[in-house]
Design a protein around this ligand. Structure first.
Ligand SMILES: Cc1cc2nc3c(=O)[nH]c(=O)nc-3n(C[C@H](O)[C@H](O)[C@H](O)COP(=O)(O)OP(=O)(O)OC[C@H]3O[C@@H](n4cnc5c(N)ncnc54)[C@H](O)[C@@H]3O)c2cc1C
Length: 510
């Protein structure tokens, strides 16, 4: 492992996608950069784990906008990420997401490419052509207002000044398009991608996420960690350094500037500038509450975070189950689509079912993942324990028992869709809100960080600049979560270090 140097130009806390992308951009521009990661594995939500040779993604299941010339494709080109170093597999052109309802799992298909998407929906809803066209127009129109989403340099008249754009509510906009409740439920059917909430989720959030998957949808076969590994390889090649198992536990601040960071092992990390890839409230706790303005702390403490998840991962018998080249979003009924808070008895509400892509037996699935929301309170009894590969408290038999109970409920749902699947399972593993909390250090295991609320839309956009002169933020709380959202956030952070016109020109030309 590299040795911590005397002093860096920039020290980055956390090796999530945002931390790695900032390290890449700044190393490319001649900064001496080091990234400090508390876990054994880099990548944050890009981490994978393997059981019986089956690789499971922990956070990222599919990516949008990776088609030739599309936004994420262009950004990834800039980072040297492409089909030569990522095993990309495009999902089914005619169905990347199957939205299914009720006990008989009646399916409705979302197709890739706007024409294909609209034509396919019109076949499924023959009387709704106008509503479907209007929906496609609105989604694309909203997306056109976000400059960096379209690889353009943001100017003075950007989206943050457009209250109409930011305050439109996703449920209301979609509902206004048609009185056909089934169609509107299908259009919102994959809202687990952004933890949609009927009263609060802005339409722009729905539009930015949905548009990217409608344009094109891909999985990374054999695990999304390839993205983090390739970025780290490039960062090292440019002279940057990465330290795993190095938790930052505090900072020494003088005259509103960080002098050095403190690691759990007692090391001191000196740098001119610091970037935190952590949630803003965790960053405040880490750097020291007294160093931040009361108004800043108050604002951040008032922003709610998105809910946590519960994921069950099943290893399947070899060659026994066909690979699904799409995701299934199952809702008990059309009303359930926007229902994020269910009682414990009714849990789980909506679930997402997917099979990880693998290159060894491409037509067969060697694993199956089921994901749903979960309130962190369900596991409050074990809130004081920490359990990762690097720090392990045994949470005990009662924890395991509760986890197994929830896992059984997940499996029952899958069994309804695929009768007999239980007989194919050779190993099961589930992650709770505590798993996410401990591996990512997000408040209560929040999946997507700060919650976007159409009533207070500007609250959940974070200026990377803080009132500590040499501390900046990056990651999913800058503009949006997700691979594309975090990528845009990384550029916003790096605009404080590098000429933005030139940087975006490089992205467009890459
Ligand atoms: C269950 C789930 C499913 C998802 N599915 C998708 C999907 O299909 N497609 C998609 O595009 N997005 C998806 N997302 C969202 C996406 O994965 C995240 O928005 C994104 O990866 C977050 O990146 P980040 O840069 O904010 O950092 P994070 O991934 O949050 O990483 C932060 C890093 O900082 C490290 N760290 C924390 N504290 C310290 C410390 N004190 N010292 C050192 N290191 C520290 C953590 O260990 C972690 O590695 C999903 C997220 C979840 C949770």
């Amino acid at each position: 492992m590299a040795k911590i140097k005397d002093k860096y130009d920039v020290a980055i806390i956390g090796s999530g996608l945002g931390g790695l992308q900032c390290a890449y951009i700044l190393s490319k521009h001649g900064y001496k950069v080091a990234v400090f990661e508390k876990n054994h594995q880099i990548g944050g939500s890009l981490q994978v784990f393997s059981r019986q040779k089956t690789i499971f993604d922990t956070g990222v299941h599919y990516l949008g906008g990776l088609g030739e010339g599309q936004n994420l494709h262009q950004y990834f080109n800039y980072f040297g990420l492409n089909e030569n170093n990522l095993k990309l597999r495009q999902l089914d052109i005619n169905c990347f997401d199957s939205i299914e309802f009720g006990d008989n799992f009646e399916p409705y298909y979302l197709a890739q490419g706007y024409k294909n998407f609209a034509d396919s929906l019109k076949r499924q809803f023959p009387d709704e052509g106008k509503a479907i066209d209007n929906y496609c127009y609105l989604v694309q129109d909203y997306c056109s207002k976000f400059k960096l989403y379209n690889l353009e340099v943001p100017g003075m008249s950007d989206y943050t000044r457009d209250s109409e754009l930011l305050e439109a509510n996703a449920y209301d906009v979609i509902d206004s398009l048609s009185s056909n409740k089934l169609l509107t439920a299908v259009l919102a059917g994959n809202m687990m991608l952004y933890a949609g909430h009927k009263e609060n989720t802005p339409f722009f959030v729905h539009a930015l996420v949905t548009n990217s998957y409608v344009e094109s949808s891909y999985r990374v076969a054999d695990g999304g960690s390839q993205i983090a590994i390739e970025l780290s390889r490039q960062i090292r090649k440019m002279g940057g350094e990465l330290f795993r198992r190095t938790e930052i536990v505090g900072a020494h601040v003088e005259e509103k500037s960080i002098v050095y960071l403190k690691t759990a092992d007692g090391d001191e990390i000196y740098a001119d500038k610091f970037i935190s890839n952590l949630h803003p409230s965790i960053t405040i706790d880490l750097i020291g509450k007294d160093n931040f303005k009361p108004s800043y702390k108050k604002r951040i403490s008032k922003i709610r975070n998105t809910t946590a998840c519960f994921c069950s991962h099943f290893v399947l018998k070899e060659n026994a189950f066909d690979y699904l080249n799409y995701n299934i979003y199952h809702h008990k009924d059309i009303e359930e689509v926007w229902n994020i808070n269910v009682s414990k008895d009714d849990w789980p509400a909506s679930v997402m079912i997917s099979t990880p892509a693998n290159t060894k037996t491409p037509g067969k699935a060697n694993g199956l993942t089921v994901m749903t929301y979960m309130e962190h309170e369900y596991f409050n009894n074990w809130g004081s324990t920490q359990n990762t590969v690097t720090i392990s408290d045994d949470r005990g038999a009662e924890y395991q028992k509760l986890k197994d109970e929830f896992q059984d409920r997940m499996l029952k749902r899958v069994e309804k869709k695929f009768p007999g699947v239980s007989d194919l399972i050779v190993h099961s593993e589930s992650s709770t809100p505590l798993t996410f909390r401990d591996y990512l250090n997000t408040p209560n295991g929040s999946a997507y960080g700060m919650w976007k609320d159409c009533h207070t839309p500007l609250n959940a956009f974070m200026n990377p600049r803080t009132n500590i002169k040499n501390l900046y933020l990056t990651g999913q709380n800058i503009v949006m979560h997700g691979i594309l959202g975090v990528t845009v956030g990384s550029f916003i952070t790096c605009f404080f270090f590098v000429d933005k016109e030139k940087l975006m020109e490089d992205v467009r030309n890459s």
